[in-house]
Every structure is written in C-alpha cells, then in structure tokens.
Ligand binder design. Structure first.
Ligand code: PLP
Length: 379
C-alpha cells in the first residue's frame, strides 16, 4: 500500500459486530471475562483498548514499523523512551531541541543519573567527541525546532549501531509523509501527535513506533506500568485526523514554500530558516532524506529587535499567536518567550535562537491570505 492509502486503511477494519466503517470509541475501563483469565485479549483499559490499538496499528504502518505505542502526550512518549535507560547511561542529543524535551532531560532525568550531551548534530565530528563507553542513545530532531537545522539520520544511526546504542528520531515536524526514520535504520520514532498527525489542534497525544519486537515489549511494559495512556475519544479524533494527513501535508508544504519565498525576498527580513530554500545549509541532506520540506519555518527581522517582533506578532490576523504547530490553521510564535522559554538564553544563543526570532506553522488556508497577512504585519 502507498502512503495515501495507508493513512485511510492500514490497521483499520470495519467493526465486527455492526460493520461500522469508523472505529468505535470503546469508552470502558474494564472488560467482562467468561471465567477468570478467559477473555478476548482485553482485561483492563490502561493495558488494552481497541480504539487505541487500531490507532497504534495505523501509526506502525505509516512509519514502516511493526509496533506503535500511544501515550497521553508527546512528553509522556519522551518520558517512556528515556525510562528504557539506567543511571550512568548517556544520551547524545541535538542542541536545538524542543524546549519540553530539554526540560525533562535536564530537570527530571539528570536527577536520576542519566547524562545528556547537547551538540549540533549536523556536525558529525562534534557528535563523535561526545561518544563514550556509556553512550546508549542518540536523540535526533530533524528539522529542528525552531532553527530548522537538518540532521543526517542515516549518518547518526550508522554511528549508533557501531556503539550498540539506540537512535531515536522525534519525527513530529516532518511526519512520516515527508520522512521515514526507521527506513534510515533508526530504532525508534517518536511523535507529538498533538501536532500534524492529529492535525486539527484538538488533541494532546504522543506515540513511539519501532520495528523490533523486544523493544516494543519494553515500551509496552512502561506504557502499562507508568500509565500515561490516551483516552479512547482522543484516539478516535486522531484516527479521524490522520485520514487526511497526506493531503494536509502536501498543502502545508506548498504554502510553506510560498511563504518562505515571500519572506526571503522581503526587504525587512534579515534571515529565514527553511530547509526547502536552496541557500539553506540543510538543503542537500533534507532533499536526500525527505520527500519535501514541510510547512514550518522561522525568520528574523532586520535590526533584530524584540519589540519589532512583538509588534509584528500582535498585528497578525490570519496567523494566530499561539504555542503549538501542525494544525490546519496558521500559527505564529515567539520561541524565546514561549516554546523555548525553559532554555537559558546562553544556550539559546548558541543555536542562533535570538530574542526576535518568529516561528511560523504555515496552515492550509489560501496562501494569498497568509502572504497578505504577513505583508500588513511586517509592513
Ligand atoms: C510539541 C512537541 C513535543 C511534546 O509533545 P506534547 O504533545 O506537547 O507533549 C515533543 N517534540 C516536539 C518536536 C514537539 O513539537
């Protein structure tokens, strides 16, 4: 099956009792057994829920994995993956990481004896410098948030295999429509489903997808033991949202490209970060590992003043000023004070995340309305 067919059909069967084409919402906490232990694979809804399993099968198929596990949020998925490690283990991760991941690594798991090294992962020499006998995991985001740096997944995964370490790719920005990390020999793919996979800004959820059965068993153990599972109504909403993933991503990307071209030629724009521009540093690697470049981009105004950035954000009418990304509606954000406020300024500045950086999640509205909106706001 091709991607556009999988989003609609993979893992999804008509309901056996009624033929309902849409997966029912199994709103139950427990399941009746005929005699103790005599059940149909369903005992208790933290452990198994049919709405959730259908979504997990669909996600596994989209990422070319064999198994998926859904969690109550993207952060709960991150939490489960790091809990595969033990005190003394080390993780090498991208330095311009999603703020919430940076926070859980440095403020939660560092206290449990796990060590995190933050490096620009598009520089392999810098990555190699951090490798030690305790390196157990490589953590990639690509394109990164919000600087849109591109990391060569295959190069890192090859390096990880030599170390007998896992490669984890947070594929939230690209989605499996643009990039399939497991095909590039990564071990785990992580999503904040809240963003593009859900796609309609109405659900918070996360997932981890793998190929390896024993890794899936470990994640399943954590999913059940720690208990951060999503409810069946949310699973239903995501199953519904995913059916249009390929169509939405295509339009996000088309619009993203148009907005990037517009900003690149704007007299008041100093720098623009979008991997789809040929002048962008990550362009070649992005072209190799991605089908196309997506709808996320960031830019800095000339003069680099926070006040100018704030004024622009306040004037936007079609773009809503909000955290998050990946919904059908366009959003604009100010990472330094919003999504990345938990990263100290010195750390942020190392990656170029200046106080005036504006991040856009380009939605699927008519592109001329989006460009007109930017035009009146930037002036
Ligand atoms: C939003 C996000 C997360 C966290 O997901 P939640 O669903 O908000 O918990 C993790 N990684 C990336 C790249 C994100 O954008």
């Amino acid at each position: 099956m091709k991607f556009g067919t999988k989003v609609i059909h993979a893992g999804i069967e008509p309901d056996p009792t009624t033929g309902a084409i849409m997966t029912p919402i199994f709103q139950t906490s427990t399941y009746v057994q005929a005699s103790p232990g005599d059940h149909q694979g369903y005992e208790y809804a933290r452990t198994q829920n049919p709405t959730r399993s259908t979504l997990e099968k669909n996600l596994a198929a989209l990422e070319n994995g064999s198994h998926a596990r859904c969690f109550a949020s993207g952060m709960a998925a991150v939490d489960a993956v790091i809990k595969l490690l033990k005190p003394g283990d080390e993780v090498i991760c991208t330095n311009d990481l999603y703020g919430g991941s940076y926070r859980i690594f440095t403020k939660v798991f560092a206290n449990y004896g796990i060590k995190f090294h933050f490096v620009p992962m598009n520089d392999l020499a810098r990555v190699k410098e951090k490798i030690s006998g305790n390196t157990r995991m490589f953590w990639i985001e690509t394109p990164t948030n919000p600087m849109m740096n591109v990391v060569d997944i295959r190069a890192i995964a090859d390096l990880a295999q030599v170390q007998n370490a896992w490669t984890v790719v947070d594929n939230t920005f690209a989605t499996p429509y643009f990039q399939i990390p497991l095909d590039l020999v990564a071990d785990m793919v992580l999503h904040s489903i809240t963003k593009y996979l859900g796609g309609h800004s109405d659900t918070v959820m996360g997932a981890v997808i793998v190929k390896d059965v024993s890794l899936d068993e470990q994640l399943g153990f954590l999913q059940n033991s720690c208990g951060a599972v999503p409810g069946p109504q949310d699973c239903f909403l995501v199953l519904r949202g995913i059916k249009t993933l390929h169509v939405r991503m295509q339009r996000h990307c088309e619009n993203g490209h148009k907005v990037a071209e517009y900003l690149a030629n704007h007299a008041k724009v100093d720098r623009i970060y979008y991997p789809g521009l040929e002048t962008s540093e990550g362009y070649e690697v992005a072209r190799r590992q991605m089908r196309d470049f997506g709808g996320m981009l960031s830019f800095v105004l000339k003069g680099d003043s926070m006040e100018d950035a704030f004024r622009t954000l306040e004037k936007l009418k079609v773009f809503a000023l909000a955290e998050s990304l990946g919904g059908v509606e366009s959003l604009a954000g100010h990472p330094a004070s919003m999504t990345h406020a938990s990263i100290p300024k010195e750390e942020r500045m190392k990656t170029g995340l200046s106080d005036s950086l504006i991040r856009l999640s380009v939605g699927i509205e008519d592109s001329s309305d989006l460009i007109n909106d930017l035009e009146q706001a930037i002036g």
